[in-house]
Design a protein around this ligand. Structure first.
Ligand code: PEP
Ligand code: MN
Length: 251
C-alpha cells in the first residue's frame, strides 16, 4: 500500500489522482514566474516547481536566485494558491526556507548527502527524494531510510534517470524502478521525464509510460520561452507543448 502524502487539505500525492507538478527548472524573475503561474492555474496544476538553489555542474553558470527566488515563489503561492516544490542543497538553508516551501526537494546530486537527509528527517514537511544519477534502486531506498529514521515519513520518491553509456538521451529513464518502488516501499513515486530524457520531444512519451506504469505522477519542466531559459531549456516544454501533453494524457 502506498502512503498518501498530504500536501494540503484536499491535495495528496499517492492517492487516486495522477499528480502533475510543473514549473521552470529555475526561478529566474518575477515576470517569468507570473506568466508560468497564470498558465499553470488555467491548466489546473496545483503544485508548482522552481529551483532557487541550483546544483549546477559548471560553477560559472547561473546558480539560482537563492532566497530571493524563494521569495518570488512565496508571492506566487500566495497570489495564485499553489503549493511549492523547491530544492535545498545545504542543511543550513532548511530553516530559513521553511515558510516558503511546501515540499522540499533533494536533488540527484545530493541523494547520498547523509547529513542533509538526516536534517530533512527532522522537519514536518514532505520531502521529494530524487534518485541519484548513479544510484542503484537499493541505494535510493536506503537513502529514504535516513530521512525516515529521524522521524519524517512524508517521503515521495522521484525517478529522474540514471547515467548509462547511452548518449542520445541526457539520462536513461529507468522506468522499471516504478513498479519496484511500489512493491518494495510504502512511498509514492513520481517520474521526472524532463531530466530523465533531457529532450523535450520525449517528455510526452515518457509521461505516458509513467502513467501506464502506475506512477503517482510526474514533475515536468516548462518555460514561457525555453530558448531563453537560464537552465535546462532543451528539455523544457513551452506552454503550447505542455497544454498538448495535458490533453493527450486526459484521453
Ligand atoms: C532539477 O529538478 O532541476 C534538478 C536539478 O534535478 P536533478 O537533481 O534530478 O538533476
Ligand atoms: Mn532542471
Amino acid at each position: 500500500m502506498t502512503n498518501k502524502i498530504k500536501i494540503d487539505e484536499d491535495l495528496f500525492i499517492g492517492g487516486e489522482e495522477f499528480t502533475i507538478i510543473a514549473g521552470p527548472c529555475a526561478v529566474e524573475s518575477e515576470k517569468q514566474m507570473e506568466s508560468i503561474a497564470k498558465f499553470l492555474g488555467e491548466m489546473g496544476v496545483k503544485i508548482i516547481r522552481g529551483g532557487a538553489f541550483k546544483p549546477r555542474t559548471d560553477p560559472n553558470s547561473f546558480q539560482g536566485l537563492g532566497m530571493a527566488g524563494l521569495k518570488i515563489l512565496k508571492s506566487i503561492k500566495d497570489t495564485y494558491g499553489f503549493r511549492v516544490v523547491s530544492e535545498i542543497m545545504d542543511p543550513r538553508d532548511i530553516e530559513q526556507a521553511y515558510d516558503y516551501i511546501d515540499i522540499y526537494q533533494i536533488g540527484s546530486r545530493n541523494m547520498q548527502n547523509y547529513s542533509l537527509l538526516k536534517e530533512m528527517g527532522k522537519i514536518d514537511k514532505p520531502v521529494l527524494l530524487k534518485r541519484g544519477m548513479s544510484a542503484t534502486i537499493e541505494e535510493w531506498i536506503k537513502a529514504s531510510e535516513y530521512i525516515k529514521m529521524e522521524g519524517n515519513n512524508n517521503i515521495i520518491l522521484c525517478e529522474r534517470g540514471i547515467r548509462t553509456f547511452e548518449s542520445y538521451t541526457r539520462n536513461t529513464l529507468d522506468l522499471m524502478s516504478v513498479p519496484i518502488i511500489k512493491s518494495e516501499t510504502e512511498y509514492p513515486v513520481l517520474v521526472d521525464p524532463s531530466h530523465g530524457t533531457g529532450r523535450r520531444e520525449l517528455v510526452l512519451p515518457a509521461t505516458k509510460a509513467a502513467l501506464a506504469l502506475n506512477a503517482d505522477g510526474v514533475i515536468i519542466e516548462i518555460h514561457p520561452n525555453p530558448e531563453e531559459a537560464l537552465s535546462d531549456g532543451i528539455q523544457s516544454l513551452n506552454f503550447h507543448e505542455f497544454k498538448n501533453l495535458i490533453e493527450e494524457i486526459k484521453e
